[in-house]
Design a protein around this ligand. Structure first.
Ligand code: B12
Ligand code: SF4
Length: 471
């Protein structure tokens, strides 16, 4: 069986690229079992839809598998339809968070035979082997398919008990150098590649989709560090990181990884996703000594009422403490913020602005988007705020536009409040240390979008600086 895995994108030529770990794990598991796998990577190779279709046809596949999170729906649909009309008998399947949360829609509109739900390695292997041997593929656990108008789910697939049993992601089937040399989240081009150390998160934030459930499974610290060593030896990476839901969910695990990194890779630098209530000074200092220089925290709001509504299980004071502790350990603390949760008001937004002042932090503020599979998606559907799911997916982006207004404010007021808050937060941050922060900001914009982008960004920045007080 020849399997072609497709990473859908729009070939935007962006300078930052994110390696598709999910697809690379599926590719590695299939390859290890002797399946012939090719990859069409639209992000890595900056491919247009035409190029991608051509490459899919050239690979002469028996099975085509699409990855991509929910924001890639439109492109999966376009590719699915084109490939179906050119190769009517090919078996088409999709996985990842988009297809897993809305299997019926994907099956029908993208003209797929099956959707792989959730964790994909074991299911893909069994599916390929069933198709190869001609046995009943519909009985493979962990998939969805259509029977007439109905979407049928096969029995659920248990999660893999041992993540160490997985092979490393199949980097070399992808144009890996284009990821390693791309600009990372710190806007640097030091050779870098991340490593997935755990799957799952024990929390239940209402805007978050749990592809791996609430039980956290971790690889052994040895296996995590051995993978980084392999990346250093093979590709000369100098920077790594952990895109796990929550890298700091287990103190002992983090301390062990840090100990091994100090011993075996003293020059590596890295970043991770943390949670303000799951760090402490001793652990942060061990992380710093092991090369950690950046932790991203989802702060989301400076209002306890909103944090409660989001089921974050932390208060604004906890967030403040976590950020300060991180800085005291010599690690950069990055925060992310959202605006527009159910119940958001001008007062709660003001709390967020005040929080940013006290924490001396700045970050883009994104509109809350009820992504499929999340608690607030269900709530938005119930309240009739999303009446056409496909149209909603088509308009989906990286949350910089308002897709659905969950608040009681009219859209224009929410937009105005966001612009004001963003301006206030940014201005306050810059003016607290103008001599270092203004040049750094200008440099960041040049790196991100060149001279033309700088003019556009400067105009936007000035507009938000001048934004009037909402009241
Ligand atoms: C790293 C990450 C990113 C990276 C990019 C990752 C990438 N390469 O695409 C960045 C930072 C860019 C990013 C951005 C966004 N992200 Co994000 N991201 C993640 C994160 C934390 C890890 C993804 C990962 O690598 N997982 C590890 C791998 C091994 O797992 P996996 O990808 O799920 O793959 C497995 C299965 O899904 C399946 N599978 C995957 N592909 C395929 C393909 C086939 C054919 C098959 C059979 C199986 C299969 O098998 C894999 C192995 O088991 C996840 C959370 C999570 N835990 O998954 C969120 C997550 C995917 N992101 C999410 C969101 C919402 C976003 C944003 C929209 C956020 C925003 N507001 O801007 C943007 C969208 C960007 C865009 N323009 O498309 C949501 C998606 C929700 C949903 N219902 O789809 C998630 C689930 C976060 C959450 N918990 O809610 N993200
Ligand atoms: S937002 Fe972070 S902490 Fe909350 S449930 Fe999702 S991964 Fe866990």
């Amino acid at each position: 069986m020849r399997v072609t895995l497709v990473y859908p994108n729009y070939g935007s030529g962006k300078r930052s690229k994110y390696f598709p770990f999910g697809l690379a794990y599926v590719a590695a598991s299939l390859s290890r079992a002797g399946v012939a796998v090719s990859v069409v990577d639209m992000e890595g190779d900056d491919l247009s839809v035409e190029d991608a279709v051509r490459r899919i046809l050239d690979s002469d596949p028996d099975i085509v598998g699409f990855g991509g999170m929910v924001t890639r729906y439109r492109i999966v649909r376009e590719l699915g339809r084109r490939v179906r009309s050119l190769l009517p008998d090919v078996f088409m399947v999709a996985g990842n968070s988009g297809a897993s949360t809305l299997p019926g829609l994907y099956l029908e509109k993208c003209r797929l035979n099956a959707v792989v739900l959730g964790e994909g390695e074991a299911t893909s292997l069994e599916l390929v082997s069933a198709l190869d041997s001609g046995s009943e593929w519909r009985e493979v656990p962990g998939i969805a398919f259509q029977d007439g108008d109905r979407t049928v789910h096969s029995p659920p697939r248990p999660l893999l008990p041992d993540l160490d049993s997985l092979p490393y992601p199949a980097w070399d089937l992808f144009p890996v150098e284009s990821y390693i040399r791309s600009m990372d989240h710190r806007l640097k081009t030091q050779p870098h590649m991340e490593v997935v150390a755990s799957r799952g998160c024990p929390y239940s934030c209402v805007y978050c989709y749990h592809i791996y459930g609430r039980r956290v499974r971790r690889r052994s610290p040895c296996s995590v560090v051995a993978e980084i060593e392999e990346l250093v030896d093979r590709y000369g990476i100098e920077y790594t990181g952990f895109p796990d839901d929550l890298f700091t969910s287990d103190r002992e695990f983090v301390m062990e990884v840090c100990g091994l990194l100090r011993q075996r890779l003293p020059n590596i630098r890295w970043s991770c996703i943390g949670r303000v209530n799951m760090v402490d000074p001793e652990m942060l200092s061990a992380m710093r000594e092991a090369g950690c220089d950046w932790i991203s925290y989802g702060i989301e709001s400076g209002s306890d009422r909103m944090l409660d509504r989001m089921k974050r299980m932390v208060t604004a004071e906890d967030c403040l403490r976590g950020i300060r502790m991180t800085r005291e350990a010599g690690i950069h603390a990055e925060g992310s913020f959202m605006i527009g949760m159910f119940g958001e008001t001008e007062e709660t937004v003001r709390d967020t602005v005040e929080f940013c002042r006290r924490a001396d932090i700045t970050a883009p503020m994104l509109f809350v988007t009820p992504y499929p599979g999340t608690e607030i998606f269900g709530e938005a559907l119930e309240k009739g705020l999303i009446d056409d799911i496909e149209d909603f997916l088509e308009r989906m982006n990286a949350a910089d536009h308002l897709l659905v207004n969950l608040t009681d404010m009219p859209d224009h007021e929410l937009h105005r409040l966001k612009e004001w808050a963003q301006g206030r937060i940014g201005r306050g941050y810059l003016l607290r240390k103008p001599l270092t922060r203004v040049p750094r900001l200008l440099w960041k914009h040049i790196r991100l979008s060149g001279g033309g982008g700088l003019v556009r960004d400067a105009r936007e920045l000035a507009r938000s600086f001048l934004g009037r007080d909402p009241s």
